[in-house]
Design a protein around this ligand. Structure first.
Ligand SMILES: Nc1nc2c(ncn2[C@@H]2O[C@H](COP(=O)(O)OP(=O)(O)O)[C@@H](O)[C@H]2O)c(=O)[nH]1
Ligand SMILES: [Mg+2]
Length: 245
């Protein structure tokens, strides 16, 4: 039963945490890790964004780390960035439905379906966002910058266990990332490294508290670069997401 002793806003509004980054860097895996580590401490929900399928939601449900009904998919159609930046309505509805059905929730994690380096969330959808890179994408990616790398609330350099196989110097990659971020945190992560997983858990707990206490102002990392997609009919669409709300 929902707790009716609290005012509406505190009762139903969760901390909405976005997870963005290029395809394959480990966003779904990171969300699974957060669920595994925190499902006993926090009331969690998950929204995934996929272009044509609910693949990520199904993967997360099968991971068995959270009640499958608390994991829902939004199918974004041709441009996954629109759904997390310009017209966030389908995502907001999905988040609010989840919050209502499982009230009260502490954190709803929203995975972006972004397919390139510059997709970030609108602050109209999430309170804070994690941007995920991985070492397999190359040690120089952090130096290339971009709105998510420079201004997400947390930058994760993932799959550090693979660094030795792809010839990446993790401390250097972290240093480059820090240089691009003006003091904002960078976390070197591997799901095989318990210490780094503890660091992720700590960050989520701390951020949950800060947001809950009203001590955090969501920021827009900034618009993404003009880009193109091929839609379901094979037609090339080029466009920008210039506005920041
Ligand atoms: N070695 C290693 N592989 C990982 C790690 N995290 C994720 N992966 C793998 O990377 C691939 C892509 O992960 P996924 O979470 O689906 O990426 P997403 O597309 O960003 O959601 C999968 O095969 C994962 O098993 C990690 O810490 N270490
Ligand atoms: Mg995924």
């Amino acid at each position: 039963m929902p707790d009716t002793t609290q005012p509406e806003t505190t009762r139903t509004r969760s901390f909405r945490l976005g997870v963005a980054g290029p395809v394959g860097t480990g966003k779904s895996s990171l969300i699974a890790t957060v669920c595994r580590e925190l499902a006993d401490e926090l009331r969690l929900g998950v929204i995934t964004n996929d272009i044509y399928t609910d693949e990520d939601a199904r993967l997360l449900r099968s991971a068995g780390v959270l009640d499958p009904e608390r994991i829902r998919a939004v199918e974004t159609g041709a441009c996954p960035h629109t759904a997390i930046r310009d017209d966030v309505t389908p995502n907001l509805i999905a988040v609010e439905d989840l919050e209502r059905d499982f009230a009260p929730l502490d954190v709803v994690l929203v995975e972006s379906g972004g397919d390139n380096l510059t997709a970030t969330f609108s602050p109209a959808l999430v309170d804070a966002q994690i941007f995920v890179l991985d070492v397999a994408g190359g040690g120089d990616v952090a130096r290339k910058g971009g709105p998510g790398i420079a201004r997400a609330d947390l930058l994760v350099v993932n799959k550090t266990d693979l660094a030795q196989y792809v010839g990446v110097d993790v401390p250097q990659m972290v240093k480059d990332a820090e240089a691009a971020r003006n003091g904002k945190p960078v976390l070197a992560l591997s799901r095989h490294d318990p210490e780094s997983v503890a660091g992720l858990k700590e960050w989520v707990l701390a951020m949950t508290k800060i947001v809950r206490d009203g001590g955090h102002t969501p920021i827009d990392p900034g618009p993404m670069a003009p880009h193109s997609h091929v839609d379901e009919n094979g037609v090339l669409i080029s466009h920008t997401h210039a506005h920041s709300h």
